[in-house]
Write a protein that binds this ligand. Structure first.
Ligand SMILES: [Zn+2]
Length: 338
């Protein structure tokens, strides 16, 4: 679909299926970033972890259901971790667990209220992992219909919580994009155009990243609306530079003691090429594992603040650069157009 066809398609959809499109724009004017406790001024986001998880359920979309976990137990397990990362200097945490894989906005809201940590949740479907986490509607509905679902969550909140998403999270396998993955990307593009939400995409490899960037471009979405999630898994660092040069966000997540040195090198490579302004850092850490006794082992969120940022400074990344990586870049991602 070229841009002209997309615009016609979008106009047809906006007239029939999605009468809320102009409302969505109007409502976000003079706003803001959307947290689980409501919209806030972007300057309040502060130091942000752009990709972490509070809870994940790997059972699959066919078997997932409420009642597979005790919300109280999850709350009590996660609370010390969110409190700890807040005292380590984190102001905002983006929970990247999509629907059908353990997203629980009420749990996130409760944790945010109890800890004072700002939390952001997401809308979208996760197509990676052989599509195990995709509900049937992902196959039976069109990209426009899927986008209608996601825009509704942005407009009205995620039922029954009423909590609104602050980012779009999708997932695609390695490239080239399969038919279903391409549909998810199109649905995300429509949702982005209706809401202003940035698209964070779990991306199998660099081929899939470049394919998504060009698909989005052909649909009229600027690369700045797209985050290449898990970019550290692509060994060919030239693709990181190419994505950044196009204007996309390159997210190096999965930071831990085991990967710290590799992540320092990735950041230094981007710094030397002049692309730190396109880099996002996070740990992809956590979480309560539904189905495991006591939620299994919960990896803390504070390593990045306590260990990794000092490592970056020792490698020559300035305090100003770190402010860009941890505050300005995530703020640009989470700020909705006014
Ligand atoms: Zn993740």
């Amino acid at each position: 679909m070229n841009r002209r066809q997309f615009l016609e398609f979008a106009a047809a959809g906006a007239a029939g299926v999605l009468p809320v499109s102009s409302l969505a724009r109007a409502r976000v004017r003079n706003v803001q970033a959307v947290t689980v406790l409501g919209p806030i001024g972007p300057e309040r986001l502060g130091r942000t972890l752009i990709h972490e998880h509070i809870m994940v359920d790997f059972i699959g979309a066919d078997a997932i259901q409420p009642g597979r976990y005790d919300p109280e137990e999850v709350f009590l397990k996660a609370l010390p971790h969110v409190r700890k990362v807040k005292s380590a200097g984190c102001d905002t945490l983006v929970d990247c667990t999509p629907a059908y894989i353990g997203r629980d906005p009420r749990l996130l809201r409760r944790l945010s209220q109890a800890s004072g940590l700002q939390i952001v949740t997401n809308t979208g479907f996760y197509g990676a992992a052989q599509n195990k986490y995709l509900p049937r509607v992902a196959y039976t509905e069109t990209a426009w219909q899927l986008a209608t679902r996601w825009v509704k969550e942005f407009e009205n909140g995620i039922p029954p919580s009423g909590v609104r998403p602050g980012i779009i999270k999708i997932g695609v396998n390695s490239g080239p994009l399969s038919e279903i993955d391409a549909k998810l990307v199109k649905a995300a593009a429509i949702t982005h155009q209706q809401t202003g939400l940035t698209i964070a995409s779990h991306t199998g490899d660099g081929v899939a990243a470049m394919a998504q960037i060009s698909t989005l471009k052909s649909l009229g979405v600027a690369p700045a609306g797209f985050i290449w999630v898990h970019a550290q898994n692509e060994a060919d660092t030239r693709l990181h530079l190419r994505a950044a040069d196009a204007g996309a966000w390159v997210e190096f997540d999965g930071i831990s003691s085991a990967t710290a040195q590799k992540h320092v090198e990735l950041v230094m490579g981007m710094k030397q090429a002049g692309y730190l302004s396109r880099v996002l850092l996070s740990q992809d850490s956590g979480w309560y594992h539904v189905g495991e006794p006591g939620g299994g082992s919960f990896h803390p969120y504070d390593f990045l603040f306590i260990e990794f940022l000092p490592l970056l400074e020792r490698a020559g990344v300035s305090a100003k650069d770190i402010e860009m990586l941890m505050i300005r870049n995530p703020r640009a991602v989470l700020t909705l157009p006014t």
